[in-house]
Ligand binder design. Structure first.
Ligand code: EPU
Length: 335
């Protein structure tokens, strides 16, 4: 394990923002993590945890010790006829993990195929797509407090999961490193098809197997979402806002076609629709643009973190002025 100085982060963030870390290290086991935390304490450096880099906006320079855990082991904790419980280290690529599970006959993550990032980031923002949120499959999250080096293990129900939310994004934001996630998956090949484009495919082709469903999800994502390798982006740049029912009534009177999804508290709007209706698809703000096919995605053609944030501000300001709805940014600032 090596501590690098002034380490370039360009290839470690999916928005391809040029940035450098004061110190950078990639531990791959608990002992190395503890060594990193001791190094940081001895040198008075704040520790900044970087995962797959697919949900961050980098500043030009990141002070302190940037730590990227690279452990990627996957162990079976319990195995029954109907289900399996796995402990997966945080550095495992999310999509590779989903495909590995399918190859083993472990089901439940198909709808979440092709999401960029690593396993450790999945609980942080409770990744979700095509009718499934990862919280439904997580049984525990394990990690270490960055200040004390003490380990923790939270059961899924203790993680305060909600739409794109968890305690790791709230009270524990910036204070912990997630080292592994435990998943309970089914061995029964049931699929969940409850999203318009997938329903249509099921009508045309029949009920899919879990592996087929994963392929459909990959196809839908590839058709709408830009590949960060060729067009740098961080997926959805904004969360879908939730408004009160009376607020939704007001909006739908003015915009009868506005999509709205009832929640337990209020109605979730489609931020992509709000932005799209303003004619922003494909609109460039200097080097940063709204994606041509999915208005919720910002693409970066060589801009800085500040360029990305400035484009995001202009988009959210226009949405606020038109609809009176505030958009919340998804990717977190990494500075
Ligand atoms: N829409 C438009 N124009 C657009 C984009 C969307 O009119 O440019 C409309 C669609 O026609 C649809 C509605 O908005 O009526 C919702 O769009 P979509 O189904 O594409 O989903 P989304 O709300 O834009 C969310 C997630 C995605 C996830 C999809 C599918 C958030 C912030 N994003 O997007 O997650 O893949 O649902 O479940 O919740 C990500 O986080 O990076 C991501 C891609």
């Amino acid at each position: 394990m090596e501590f690098f100085r002034q380490y370039p982060l360009l290839t470690l963030n999916s928005l391809a923002i040029e940035s450098s870390a004061e110190y950078f290290v990639q531990p791959d086991c608990d002992i190395e993590i503890q060594e990193c935390l001791r190094f940081a304490r001895a040198n008075n450096l704040p520790v900044k945890v970087l995962g797959g880099g697919s949900n961050v906006v980098m500043s030009d320079h990141v002070s302190g010790l940037v730590l990227q855990f690279s452990g990627n082991a996957c162990d079976v904790l319990h195995d029954t006829e109907e289900s399996v419980t796995l402990k997966v280290e945080a550095g495992y690529s999310w999509h590779e993990f989903v495909m590995f599970c399918l190859s083993q006959g472990w089901f439940g993550l198909e709808n979440l195929a092709y999401i960029p990032g690593n396993v450790g980031a999945a609980p942080v923002q409770n990744i979700g797509a095509y009718g499934v949120e990862v919280k439904e499959r997580i049984s525990a999250v394990n990690g270490v407090y960055l200040d004390s080096g003490q380990v923790f293990s939270f059961a899924g129900v203790e993680c305060d999961f909600a739409y794109r939310e968890s305690r790791f994004k709230q009270a524990l934001n910036g204070r912990v490193l997630i080292t592994s996630v435990e998943f309970k998956l089914s061995k029964l090949p049931q699929v969940q098809v409850s999203y318009a484009p997938l329903n249509k495919m099921a009508r045309d082709k029949g009920v899919p197997t879990p592996s087929e469903l994963a392929q459909w999800v990959i196809q839908v994502r590839q058709s709408k979402l830009p590949d960060p390798k060729t067009l740098p982006n961080a997926g959805s740049f904004f969360k879908n806002p939730v408004v009160t029912e009376s607020e939704f009534k007001r909006l739908i009177e003015r915009y009868p076609k506005m999509p709205g999804y009832p929640q337990s508290h209020g109605v979730k709007l489609a931020a992509g629709w709000l932005i799209d209706q303003l004619g922003f698809k494909g609109r460039a703000f200097g080097l940063v643009a709204v994606h041509e096919l999915q208005a919720l995605v910002l693409v970066n053609r060589g801009g800085t973190g500040e360029d990305v944030l400035s484009a995001a501000r202009q988009v959210s300001q226009a949405v606020l002025e038109c609809y009176g709805v505030e958009l919340e940014q998804e990717p977190r600032l990494f500075s």
